[in-house]
Design a protein around this ligand. Structure first.
Ligand code: GLN
Length: 299
């Protein structure tokens, strides 16, 4: 009788090495880091624990699971969707393919909000509106940074609103955020009795014809509705500039993220509309124009 093939025991360190090679040969840039994050996810441990226990054996079922996840990543499925979360503002947000994966550049919107709202924040309960909330990252961080603020988070997608609510519960701010379904491209149907101190948005801003040239991770997996900014990429800004005006208190702030080369045209559209003061363009860490902020004039 022939011996059944002996399975060679695999240590965490050898599994990681192999996975990193596979990922790297499939052009995943941070192959080692991603391999660690995938394995940590499967074993439900911190990434650092993998190093401490690197000579421990990886049990067969987990090894199989690890291979499957590495394969998914090689097909360019975003890591955040595979593990189900992404960090933003040093907090963990649950994500799924129904919501955009939060990006570090978007933290610039929060930084601007913190700078502008410093004076009002502690004195009174601010009213903040987040347009196109997705995973809820901007609304939730705003609620956490301003513990007396009341936030309205809107999105066209009910799936996104569900995810945002889940994240708000997890970060214990659900009682101060109301979630409403609203299509920002249509007439805004929010209650008008309560105007906002600040309106935030990271709207879809990729010109439609450029969608097909995006990295496959984004193009093939992230929700199109969260990316597509119409033929010139500026459709949502035009809508926001017009609608936000009537929902802001006089001197209220509008702060939004813009795509490459969009700060100029967005500024022009604010000027063409009129009634906006203090238009500022802010850069991200790589020096690109990334955030535009403005203030509804007093008069
Ligand atoms: N507000 C979310 C974010 O900044 C979602 C933005 C979007 O879907 N375009 O990540």
């Amino acid at each position: 009788m022939m011996d059944s093939p002996q399975k060679i025991s695999v240590t965490l360190s050898s599994a990681l090495r192999e996975a990193a090679e596979t990922l790297s040969s499939n052009r995943i840039e941070q192959a080692r880091l991603e391999a660690e994050l995938l394995l940590a996810h499967i074993l439900d441990v911190r990434k650092e624990d993998l190093i401490i226990h690197s000579e421990h054996e990886l049990p067969g079922p987990q090894e199989d699971k690890f291979r499957q996840l590495v394969e998914r990543r090689c097909r360019k499925e975003p890591l955040a969707y595979i593990v189900g979360h992404r960090e933003f503002w040093s907090l963990e947000f649950a994500v799924n393919p129904k919501v955009l994966i939060p990006r570090p550049e978007t933290e610039g919107v929060i930084e601007r909000l913190l700078n502008l709202a410093e004076d009002v924040a502690n004195e009174k309960a601010m009213r903040i509106l987040d347009v196109g909330t997705g995973s809820g990252n901007l609304a939730i961080v705003a609620a956490l940074e301003f513990p007396r603020a009341r936030v309205t988070a809107v999105d066209h997608s009910v799936d996104a609103l569900e995810m945002a609510r889940r994240n708000a519960l997890r970060h214990q701010v659900a009682d101060r955020i109301e979630f409403l379904k609203m299509d920002l491209m249509r007439e805004w149907n929010l209650p008008h009795n309560d105007l906002y101190d600040c309106i935030l948005a990271n709207p879809p801003y990729i010109p439609t014809r450029e969608l097909e040239h995006l990295m496959p991770d984004v193009r093939d997996y992230e929700p199109r509705a969260a990316l597509d900014g119409g033929s010139d990429g500026l459709a949502c800004y035009r809508r926001i500039v017009a609608n936000a005006f009537s929902y802001l208190k006089p001197e209220g702030h509008l702060i939004f993220e813009v795509g490459t080369d969009q700060a100029g045209p967005v500024k022009q559209s604010l000027q063409a509309h009129g009634g906006w003061d203090e238009i500022a363009i802010l850069q991200d860490l790589s020096g690109r124009d990334r955030v535009v902020s403005t203030r509804r004039a007093l008069g």
